[in-house]
Design a protein around this ligand. Sequence first.
Ligand code: CA
Length: 225
Amino acid sequence: MSTILLVEDDPQIRRFVRLALQGENCTVREAGSVAEGLAATRDHRPDLLILDLGLPDGDGLDLIANLRPWADAPILVLSARSLETDKVTALDRGADDYLAKPFGVAELLARVRALLRRRTGRELADPQIGFGDVVVDLARRTVVRAGEGVHLTPIEYRLLTLFLSQPDRVLTQRQILREVWGPGHSDSSHYLRVYVGRLRHKLEIDPTQPRHLVTETGVGYRFVF
Ligand code: CA
């Protein structure tokens, strides 16, 4: 059974989210401020945090910054701030996913399940990972599609394995550029577009309607199995 910490000061949203999660067989702990959220993370070691950004004693972003050095639980941000820059800031600060208010219960639970699944280990443990008609062998560094070998450049391969290591998670353009190209390239978003386009061409059944390398408009990309 997973423990989820809900940090939210609005009692109605708290109740709604709590009921939804309890229906999923989760233990729900609650906090109503940044300070309570930090204490509850320390005391209960939750498997997942659901975090509101506008809290009475501060900003949820500060909570993320405070606990990231010692807590690796995934964080789903809930916020009424729907500007793309706010999403990007939250993800850059260490949140794992973002849901804008108002949201539906099905969407909330889908995001929670995806984050918990990632938590419980579809990491890179299995050296072969498959999606669509593609199989990636991480030990041999080979990619096979419908039985035929696919040639990827080193950058393309790095980009693909970054996506595979973080499924169902929105990666911002800056995060991807930093991971794949290095810290000096965080503004080179045109590179990223070109390389994602090439990967889609090589790996997607219909590169114009990608099913796995999905664009999150204005934010970045999400890999879906
Ligand atoms: Ca609030």
